[in-house]
Design a protein around this ligand. Sequence first.
Ligand SMILES: [Zn+2]
Length: 511
Amino acid sequence: MKNIILLSLCTCLFTGIRAQQVDVQSYAISLNLQDTTDQIKASVSITLKYLQSTRRLKFDLAGMKVKEVFTGPKKYSFEQDANALYINVDGKAGEQGIYTITYGGTPKDGLIISRNKYGHRTFFTDHWPDRAHQWFPCIDHPSDKAIFRISVAAPDHYTVVANGVKKEEVNMGGHMKMTSWEEKVPLATKVMAFAAADFSVTHSGDVGNIPVDSYVFREDSLHQGYARATQILPYFIQLVGPFQFEKLANIQSKTIFGGMENAGAIFYAEESPGHEKLESLLAHEIAHQWFGDAVTETDWRHLWLSEGFATYFTLLYMEHTYSTDTLKASLKADREKIIAFAKRRKTPVVDTTVHSNYMQLLNANSYERGGWVLHMLRRKIGDERFRAGIRQYFRDYNGRNASTDDFRAEMERAGGENLKGFFTQWLYTAAIPELQVNLNYNESTHTVKMEVIQNQLPLFEFPLEYTLDKTKPLQKLMIKDKVTTVMIPAAAKPAGIWLDPDINLLAEFAR
Ligand SMILES: [Zn+2]
């Protein structure tokens, strides 16, 4: 996601980690939408594998009333509470099950039925972090990835788009149309999506065999739409690895976020077409297709593996497209945000204290600090090893889930060094270095005594780049103690010192 605008509060209550009863293989949803009511009628067939034997199968579900649960002619009894559906089954570990659930109701969240800024009725899913179960029964956790199929029956003025490939579009009579989509790559529920709206659709181009399309509201069809995506996509393909989804649709939407990285069907805020920051927003959401969508964090506390990556890979795209100065300017601005956030809330990037209300994780730690950690890691091990590590990480975890430790292990292999200390101080420590630098010039010995003091606890270990003369190459000083002193020869008293002029250190410098 990007640039969040919190228009609604998350009502999720359950904890991040739980023993899984089942592994869902696929969801096949049939959905009926009408213009005369916000009530939906739906059924979902869930194919799953039992990971443990159980007599009570639990799915997350809120606000929907279940009518029937069956497998072919066999019906199951079930119960519902505010957040779950419990089906009485006889599931044996290792066996497969297929359950069809018919249900209906008016979604309070997860499927946003409203009007766009031009007053036209629209339907948009919006699932992050775990809001999918507000309109369909599912295991609403990033660790259970499944194939997503959806058939939407809706009044025929709507264009329906979803993850994956369009399988069918048929007129049903009575001004109703059925549109079916299927995504064969297993997805986390947070990035499953569909939309129904009066779209104007433009084919922006093909990137290899990936069609890239723009879906915008009819009134916004004069804008270029999201055509820039055709230039951003090839950059990430060459940098990271193949794009995993069958198409890339860029869709104007009613998401509560600035953008939402639904796999192969990205939703952007209503105001995004023609917005001055559209290019970086596109880059952010497209980068998520690798980080967040193809490789997914094991749970929300490792969110930086999604948002920090999308943040930094946007900067890499901007550096590649514009200049290193663009990268530096962004890193500098991001550093300010991180420092301001750290003063308000003392919490590490991997925040193990968050067990609910995951919206609070959408902060400068997950985004900007996560991005900064990647930048410092790149500087630490060098461009080539950094890139090799990222590519290998993607290859190894593509289609799966990864934790911060999984990523560290990949980068240790690529970088050829132990990164435990680096990861601990930057990702598992709330503090950031607060540095005070004192200079004293001795006229008789022609030396400058430079003293670097770490004013925060715990102490950090990092290289500090500096120069006393802007025309000379930068010097690097390793800092790990409370006070580090260095004597620098200087013919005359220096006019000043330039600390971290290339913006490579996440630290606050005392003025
Ligand atoms: Zn994001």
